[in-house]
Write a protein that binds this ligand. Sequence first.
Ligand code: PLP
Length: 361
Amino acid sequence: MNIYVTKSFTPALDEYMHYVKDIFASGILTNTGSCVKGLEEKLRSFLGVENIHYVTNGTIALQLALAALDITHGEIITTPFSYVATTSSILWEKCKPVFVDIEPDNFTIDASKIEAAITKDTKAIMAVHVFGYACDIDAINAIADKYNLKVIYDAAHTFGSVYKGRALSSYGDISTLSFHATKLFHTVEGGACIVKDKAVSDKLELQKRFGHNKDDHITLGINGKQSEFHAAMGLANFPYISKIIAGRKAISNIYDTILKEHIQRPKKQVDLQYNYAYYPVVFKSEKELLNVFSILNDNNIYPRRYFYPSLNNLPYIEKAASCPVSEDIALRIACLPLYPDLPHENVKQISELIIKGLLCP
Ligand SMILES: *Cc1c(COP(=O)(O)O)cnc(C)c1O
């Protein structure tokens, strides 16, 4: 059997069908029925937030975040080390991404380099808590206050992480989540916006459903509503969150024990209660990464290059300033298979195959 980097969690079929029966009985399939409302309520209390909007996916969540903050043009300071959606959402909203290099320790945006990238056209900072590691939130806040910039966190990897006593998913003017099937907590497809300011939250609510209240067309909107069937999957998965995190932690601990001496790992902040969303490892060189991959692939194990390439090198953006740390890490980093029902003997096998594939310095 092939082992991939992730495998979607699924609840027992009857646990999902329990909600589907209610959907069929009510005849309400979408437009904020009881499953969507129920899931938003559960998310609100799990994350300890007031204003949350469950939307179609994590990419639309980022686009809605920009729109709700009235950012329709100008420059957005962002990280080159993320999934492509972080950059593409900025471009899709007709703004210009300005890339600031990352911290070598945890791959989040290097806050000490942000000020030098600010111009009169800068509107916001869009940072990513990549792999569930926290950005330097205090430093980013201080810069945003000084220059009157909005802060959006792409918090797609943060579900279940707690930072300085509150959900890592809850910082900034807006934080966005992804509930895609590959994420720690999922609703097949789905995402959310967590909004600090009530007025911005009300605007986003309107924008996510075409911008109108009945016949009253108030603002430009889009269709970002999510269906009852997706929310039902979220409700069925919800009771498993702590089990999912515990299962991931157990696997991460096995990797740690076997690989610790052999391979570079990101540094977790002391204030962070981590969610074990990913298990990234950094090889000494791209050559070493490819050598390890070929050994693993021979054994039907398929890790992924997360994230590659560095987004400042995307072929469809204007030539951007180079980001040497991100470009170097992107060449050498991979995420290892990590999902709760990955058998522990496979985790040991993967670790041992990796050690076999490491090259002498
Ligand atoms: C998954 C992901 C997204 C996109 O989320 P979708 O729900 O797939 O649209 C955005 N940013 C990051 C960092 C992600 O990992």
